[in-house]
Ligand binder design. Structure first.
Ligand SMILES: NC(=O)C1=CN([C@@H]2O[C@H](COP(=O)(O)OP(=O)(O)OC[C@H]3O[C@@H](n4cnc5c(N)ncnc54)[C@H](OP(=O)(O)O)[C@@H]3O)[C@@H](O)[C@H]2O)C=CC1
Ligand SMILES: O=C1O[C@H](COP(=O)(O)O)[C@@H](O)[C@H](O)[C@H]1O
Length: 625
């Protein structure tokens, strides 16, 4: 159980990897006192803080969730968690380093990179171990006065604290230009905090304690002096402990680079790690995305940048690989041989209310398809990774994204919602939003047919559909299987054999579930067939509350687990698929088809599916609940 994992005794000891050029790379568990190991690495020193930690045991090969699984199977096995680790483990870790020194292209290239200020500081700092032997994590939410911070980030941090997943020593800072006292920040946060339904004990006490660890600093986003003041405040809280710092950039993208510079120059940890979570949008197309990456990497290493896509933190997206790779009934079917098409569906039953200013500059393709749906597609379609390590998984994602055909207009349908009457109430259309230009042609709906030109998926349409102001709120992956060859019961389906195809539905939200549509005999003396669902509904099966995506991702960032964050080459590959279409839309000023608020979207989407001889799974009668 996740909750028991975080609450268990080891949760307050943290591993710290100071200047490792590779993210989840090297972790050793040794003694209660942190040690600093310096590795001469040609002209530079790569150093590791080696500290007693449950998570630090073999960090490279055992991620948190792998540990979790191990705990679940053998909770009391002393062999699984040797403490201190065996000599053989230490040797294995040293060999990893030696191998990297010798032949690894990535490290080779890094040898000639100049050190960033953060690295320089960290390297210098790492030669001065902290005197107390303890470590602390400081989390600064930049853009703390904003919507995302209020609704998602602070509540997720509290949930982690509530579950015992934050280390013993932690401090949370809000940073933004708005003037606010610590108390005002706490008042702003507290309305959105909630305790897990399953375990409400000491809820009020925990909230009070958590709020007492939250502080606020007001400053400009481009002011080194303001970030230096933040640094001083952080130091007061960190005392003489080894300080690790996480910055969450919950701000508009045009100020990402200013903040990265200020963090790097004025607020980076000089001893422990410094990591920066960056929110989407990561650019508007291939060029602007590459420019953003170039800007950020002037001040941060790629390993310090955690590009967040909150869909990767959703329970059923995380479950996708488990479903596929650990079930014999699915794994062999996962190819063009058995799968006819795959659909990635996103719908919201509300418009862009309140976010029209942001949205109009991006549109639904950039807001949902290029990131959330494409990330799910990559996880769905990638080849089996060598291990579940971040780099192995991300390598496979990059490969499958690079095998995808570039998207063009003829395989796309665009829509924009218009006003609709509900009884006597008039629900305004997109362009009636005051923050949206009245002649905007930004799509609030899009459907697209994508293809992966590799051996596994050749010819299989991967359809995406995403829209705002539709009839329901739902995110799903639908896998439609091929017809059964020579189906003995085909007479019972009439002319429409499509009625008989098996369909696997992974409902990401709401009402998380996985169900498989099968053909079944209706009980009785006759022979009548019926479509039924083998249904795994999470709410019925599991009593645990499903954690919010931001909880998982924040915890991963604190632990240095990078698997669910987007690497820069992955981002490049993702933009390469959509940029030609986005350019085409801009130059040709393609007008979207209007659809009424609360409807099922433009009719054009049906024709797109028909072009590939398929139907949208969410349009079947049985999917209409
Ligand atoms: N809200 C959501 O659901 C999602 C948001 N995102 C992304 O997360 C980030 C934060 O989202 P959200 O909280 O909604 O954003 P906000 O627009 O609320 O911005 C956050 C804070 O940034 C500061 N800010 C806003 N505009 C500017 C500006 N032009 N120049 C300088 N500072 C500015 C404001 O703080 P102050 O004035 O106090 O400095 C504001 O409180 C954005 O990048 C967004 O795209 C991603 C996914 C979902
Ligand atoms: O990133 C975004 O996601 C939300 C939808 O997230 P969900 O977790 O509520 O499904 C979307 O509303 C927003 O437009 C987009 O920027």
């Amino acid at each position: 159980m996740e909750s028991s994992l975080c609450s268990s005794s080891g949760s307050q000891n943290w591993s710290s990897i100071a200047v490792s050029r590779r993210s989840s790379g090297y972790g050793l568990s040794e003694s209660p006192m942190p040690k600093v190991v310096g590795f001469p690495h040609q002209n530079r020193v790569v150093s590791l803080h080696v500290q007693r930690s449950r998570t630090a045991v073999a960090t490279k090969s055992l991620g948190r969730r792998k540990l979790q699984r191990t705990v679940a199977f053998a909770p009391s096995s002393p062999l699984l968690f040797p403490s201190p680790p065996s000599a053989s483990f230490k040797t294995a870790a040293s060999q990893t380093l030696a191998q990297n020194d010798d032949g690894d292209g990535m490290v080779e290239q890094q040898r000639i990179d100049p050190l960033t200020p953060i690295e320089q500081a960290s390297i210098e700092g790492s030669l001065r171990p902290p005197s107390s032997g303890e470590s602390t994590v400081s989390i600064t939410v930049v853009g703390a006065s904003g919507d995302l911070a209020k609704k998602k980030i602070f509540p997720a941090l509290f949930a982690l604290f509530y579950e015992g997943c934050l280390p013993k020593h932690f401090t949370i800072f809000g940073y933004a230009r708005s003037k606010m006292t610590d108390e005002e920040l706490r008042n702003m946060i507290c309305g959105n905090l909630s305790c897990r339904i399953s375990q409400r004990e000491s809820c009020d006490d925990k909230m009070k304690y958590f709020l007492s660890k939250c502080f606020y600093h007001s400053g400009q986003y481009n002011s080194d002096a303001d970030f230096k003041q933040l640094d001083n405040k952080l130091k007061m809280h960190e005392k003489d402990r080894l300080a690790n710092r996480l910055f969450y950039l919950s701000i508009p993208p045009n100020i990402f680079i200013d903040v990265a510079r200020c963090v790097s120059h004025s607020s980076a940890s000089t001893q422990g790690w410094t990591r920066v979570i960056v929110e989407k949008p990561f650019g508007r197309d291939s060029e602007s995305s590459a420019e953003l990456t170039r800007g950020l990497t002037q001040f941060l290493t790629e390993e310090q940048i955690y590009r967040i896509d909150h869909y990767l933190g959703k329970e059923l997206v995380e479950n996708l690989s488990v479903l596929r790779f650990s079930n014999l009934v699915f794994e062999p079917l996962w190819s063009r041989q058995y799968i006819r098409n795959v659909q990635f569906l996103f719908s919201e039953d509300f418009g862009t209310e309140g976010r029209g200013g942001y949205f109009d500059n991006y549109g639904i393709i950039r807001d949902i398809m290029q990131n959330h749906l494409l990330q799910m597609l990559a996880l769905f379609a990638m080849e089996p990774p060598v291990t579940l390590d971040a780099e192995d998984v991300r390598n496979e994602k990059v490969k499958v994204l690079r095998s995808m055909r570039k998207l063009h207009l003829e395989d796309t349908v665009l829509g924009q919602y218009k006003c609709q009457m509900r009884g006597n109430v008039r629900i305004p259309g997109y362009t009636e939003d005051k923050t949206v230009p009245s002649n905007s042609i930004t799509p609030t709906f899009a459907a697209a047919a994508l293809f992966i030109d590799n051996a596994r998926w050749d010819g299989v349409p991967f359809l995406m559909k995403a829209g705002k102001a539709l009839h329901n709120r739902r995110t799903e992956i639908r896998v439609q299987f091929r017809h059964v060859p020579g189906n003995l019961y085909k007479w019972s389906f009439g002319a429409d054999l499509d009625q008989a195809t098996n369909e696997l539905v992974i409902r990401v939200q709401p009402d998380e579930s996985i169900y498989l549509k099968i053909n079944n005999k209706i009980p009785g003396l006759g022979m009548r067939l019926d479509r039924s669902n083998l249904n795994l509904q999470f709410a019925n099966r599991y009593s645990e509350e499903i954690p919010d995506a931001y909880e998982r991702l924040l915890l991963d960032a604190i632990e240095g687990e990078r698997r669910l964050f987007i690497r820069s080459d992955e981002l490049d590959a993702a933009w390469a698929i959509f940029t030609p279409l986005l350019k085409e839309l801009e130059t040709r000023k393609v007008a979207p088809e209007l659809y009424p608020y609360g409807s099922r979207g433009p009719i054009g989407a049906y024709y797109l599916a028909a072009k590939y001889n398929m139907r949208w799974g969410d349009m079947n009668l049985e999917a209409r609940s």
